[in-house]
Design a protein around this ligand. Structure first.
Ligand SMILES: O=C(O)CCC(=O)C(=O)O
Ligand SMILES: [Fe+2]
Length: 537
């Protein structure tokens, strides 16, 4: 089964298929022999082509026919329309007897394609809508601006009509994000006045319903203060009232940025949008260096390292993998990816972390993953050299966990360490070595919600940090998540380094509970003094 909504390679496949369909249909329209004038079939073909041209950014037919490579899959709005067009418009077209009669070859091709890979089914559709809503939430998009194809620094030619806005609002209703449902419905109503794609009475009825539901939850929700963004106040049925509510939401969003257990989700969104909460003092202790002493192998090939935070130390190591190696690895990988929801999550959230799931969506993460045998000799040795930890000889080998994220793909903040229980032995993940296989066009940062910093994926680089204290207790300061990809796709891999294997190389700690530090050319730099290291703003 193709996972069009989650796996970029499958979506790219669908995009190539769509492109063939478009070429065939365009030729038919141009030759005027195949299509009966003003028939249902012709209308269907034209609807498909119109949808394609409206959402592909090509103004001229020749440009579309000549196009190379894929670009619709990278863009959330274009990808939404691609999936929608093949799921709904193409299916309607293919179900017509006249289509089969006039386009025999194409019809067979259609059947064969979906026979092999499955037709985009409803689950795909839910995931795509949920991803759009997540992007809106994380990056603070106003529905109207988003729907017109405008995102920060990107201007796409793909936009949404009233029917699409209605579909998004229905998805928002389904997952209980009423404030968003209302915003999308109002937009749908405005657009329907001119494009006439959606029925205005239906929109009004749904809007009324959404407002009622919003207000009901607003009254009843005892946890209201946990979800300030969504349940800020009751909305009246007056037009324009939801805009006022939206402003209030922005004010509360600003007010809630800060630290503390209740702020994790808001911080996560803010970090994903490029904010940073480190104090000037903390930032002044960060630097880059060439590591050439940790291992003799580094003398001739030092590695560039950079502190992103200190205490706990998080470093970004550059050029740990080279382009040709990444290319080979990716070719291997594409075959093995599976839906990440199948893989059991390492553990449940701790009790003292109150996170409003509703504020996100139903999915903990939306990537596809694979566990692959670790390419130990080259990469393993390099990781050993920069971390000073044992990798290759370990008896307990956790395979490399590769993840692929398409637009809107994310991984909710979590801990990597496997078990909270200090007493339990076995596969504690002492440290994480997180490798980025590509540059993400926009979004996809790795955000550390308690540390107030987010790392930008850089092709061939990796993040390295310790998840545990010396006593094997979890270091909750390393709580982190993958921000949704806004444009393009993201491939990354976790090499988790286990605790029990490290006795031979680990420096004995003087204190029973201390943080592991990352030395700079074998020097353990003095730790910054304990302080409440956060700007008060
Ligand atoms: O890909 C990322 O940015 C983070 C992924 C992650 O934290 C994980 O897979 O455990
Ligand atoms: Fe992680």
């Amino acid at each position: 089964k193709h996972l069009y909504a989650r796996f970029i390679s499958h979506l790219e496949d669908l995009e190539r298929f769509d492109s063939q369909i478009v070429n065939n249909l365009t030729e038919a329209v141009l030759s005027t022999k195949i299509l009966p004038i003003r028939s249902e079939l012709t209308n269907g073909v034209e609807a498909y082509l119109r949808d394609y041209y409206e959402s592909s950014g090509f103004h001229r037919v020749e440009d579309a026919l000549k196009k190379e490579g894929t670009n619709l899959s990278k863009n959330p709005l274009c990808a939404f329309r691609l999936l929608r067009r093949t799921k709904i418009i193409l299916r309607d077209l293919a179900l017509r007897k006249s289509f089969r009669k006039n386009f025999g070859g194409l019809w067979k091709h259609y059947i064969m394609y979906f026979w092999n890979y499955w037709h985009p089914y409803d689950h795909n559709w839910d995931v795509v809508l949920e991803k759009l809503l997540r992007l809106q939430l994380f990056y603070g998009f106003k529905a109207e601006i988003f729907a017109n194809g405008l995102m920060p620094e990107i201007r796409t030619n793909c936009s949404l009509n009233s029917l699409h806005c209605y579909e998004i609002s229905m998805a928002a209703l389904k997952i209980g994000q009423y404030a968003y449902a209302i915003e999308w419905l109002e937009l749908a109503k405005k657009k329907a006045l001119t494009d006439r794609k959606a029925s205005i009475p239906l929109l009004e009825l749904t809007l009324w319903n959404a407002i009622e539901k919003h207000n009901l939850e607003f009254d009843e929700d005892v946890m209201m203060d946990l979800e300030p963004v969504f349940f800020n106040r009751s909305i009246s049925h007056d037009p324009g009232d939801s805009q006022k509510a939206e402003k209030l939401r922005d004010i509360q969003y600003e007010a809630y940025k800060g630290f503390g257990p209740l702020h994790d989700d808001i911080n996560f969104w803010a970090l994903c949008s490029g904010e940073n909460f480190q104090s000037e003092r903390a930032k002044s202790r960060l630097f880059c260096w060439y590591e050439f002493k940790r291992h003799p192998g580094l003398t001739i090939g030092p590695r560039k390292m950079e502190f992103l935070t200190r205490d706990p130390d998080v470093v970004q190591v550059y050029e740990i993998l080279y382009d040709d190696e990444i290319k080979d690895l990716m070719e291997e990988l594409s075959k093995d990816m599976e839906d990440s929801t199948i893989i059991q999550d390492p553990f449940e959230f701790s009790q003292n972390r109150q996170i409003s799931h509703r504020a996100y969506s139903s999915s903990r993460r939306t990537s596809v993953n694979a566990r692959v045998v670790f390419p130990k000799y080259k990469l393993g040795r390099r990781i050993e050299q920069v971390t000073g930890l044992e990798i290759i000889k370990c008896k307990y080998k956790e395979r490399l966990q590769v993840a692929s994220y398409s637009f809107g793909g994310h991984n909710f903040p979590h801990m990597d360490q496997m078990s909270h229980n200090v007493q339990s032995h076995g596969d504690h993940r002492l440290a994480t070595f997180l490798i980025y296989f590509n540059d993400v066009e926009q979004g996809g940062y790795t955000a550390f919600t308690s540390l107030g910093v987010a790392a930008k994926p850089v092709k061939g680089s990796a993040l390295f940090w310790f998840n545990l204290y010396t006593d094997r207790g979890a270091d909750w300061a390393t709580f982190h998540g993958a921000c949704p990809v806004l444009l393009g796709s993201k491939w990354s891999a976790n090499k988790w380094i286990t605790y029990t294997e490290q006795f031979s190389v680990r420096k004995c700690a003087l204190k029973t509970r201390a943080r592991f530090q990352i030395p700079v050319n074998n020097v353990y730099l003095p730790l910054p003094e304990m302080e409440h290291d956060v700007d008060s703003n």
